[in-house]
Ligand binder design. Structure first.
Ligand code: ADP
Ligand code: MG
Length: 278
């Protein structure tokens, strides 16, 4: 489950080769087949990179402006915003309704284009990418978690989770195996054949999380992931996100207006009047 070409970047200057102790999490998931364990490897500290060349910044947003044009009206939403998210960080973005949280998240995820400024994710400057390149980049690098889950109603749980893998070169068998692994991790292996309408809101969101992580993305972005859930289900979702952050070293940017949810993250920023504060 570990290999010689994985390196631990304690700091960019002093990388060391990975050893068995760097993979404690697999003990928690004994059902993970070896090949899948490798594809769901932690991205943050462990990289198959040349030592010293890897970046430790997951997201760098520089002087970002976003202005929406509605008829003759210009709506200035982001106004020279700067943000750095370190690899392996779990960031909560807070702010009042209409402050631009979703706008910022969509720009980081490459769903929308900035009016000006730069968005660099895992070393890729999103600005110069064509629409096609951006779509390809998104499918490899970003896992989305939405407030209302956005599952496809006519597909069952495992088919929903498998969906992003259709864009990869994996075989049908590999896709199914990986989707089932992701469902296992979110605790829903026994619901793989259930359709969204047969699941509770919390279970639907867990399927959505499995779908978000199944491609082993560089970053997870979540827009009010607990906004439609009761307290107990919300806690479960947040615990799951903590697990992906802590045990799988996933970088997470989560938008929330729930202060309790935000405390589960390790960094909090507030969005107000188009810029961020701590
Ligand atoms: P939040 O997620 O913090 O509630 P949003 O990012 O959704 O805020 O919206 C920020 C502001 O931008 C709001 O005033 C909203 O009406 C406006 N806005 C968002 N999307 C668009 C759009 N596609 N066209 C015009 N205005 C928009
Ligand atoms: Mg929003």
């Amino acid at each position: 489950m570990w290999s010689d070409d994985l390196w631990v970047l304690q700091s960019p200057e002093s990388p060391r080769k990975a050893n068995k102790r760097d993979f404690p999490k697999w003990d928690k998931f004994p059902w993970l087949p070896r090949n899948i364990a490798r594809t769901l490897r932690p991205e943050g500290e462990l990289m198959s990179a040349t030592p010293g060349t890897a970046t430790t910044t997951a997201v760098s947003v520089q002087n970002l402006r976003k202005v929406y044009q509605r008829d003759s009206l210009q709506i200035k939403v982001l106004d020279g915003l700067n943000l750095e998210v370190a690899q392996g960080e779990f960031l909560a973005l807070m702010g009042p309704s209409g402050s631009g949280k979703t706008t910022l998240l969509n720009l980081i995820a490459g769903i929308d284009r900035a009016t000006s400024g730069r968005v660099i994710v895992a070393g890729t400057d999103l600005g110069p990418l064509s629409e096609g390149e951006l779509a390809k980049w998104r499918s490899r690098n970003v896992g989305f978690i939405f407030q209302f889950y956005n599952l496809i109603p006519v597909l069952n749980a495992v088919e929903n989770v498998e969906l992003p893998l259709l864009l990869t070169s994996l075989s049908k068998r590999e896709r199914r195996e990986r989707a089932l692994t992701a469902l296992n991790i979110v605790g829903l292996a026994d619901r793989s054949k259930h359709y969204p309408r047969q699941l509770s809101g919390g279970q639907e969101q867990r399927v959505a999380i499995a779908r978000a992580v199944v491609t082993d993305p560089t970053i997870l972005v979540a827009d009010e992931p607990t906004g439609d859930l009761d307290h107990q289900s919300a806690e479960e979702i947040l615990t799951l996100m903590e697990t992906f952050n802590r045990d799988f070293h996933k970088t997470i940017v989560m938008v929330t207006h729930d202060p309790r949810a935000a405390t589960r993250a390790n960094v909090q920023h507030h969005l107000d009047k188009g810029v961020l504060s701590n």
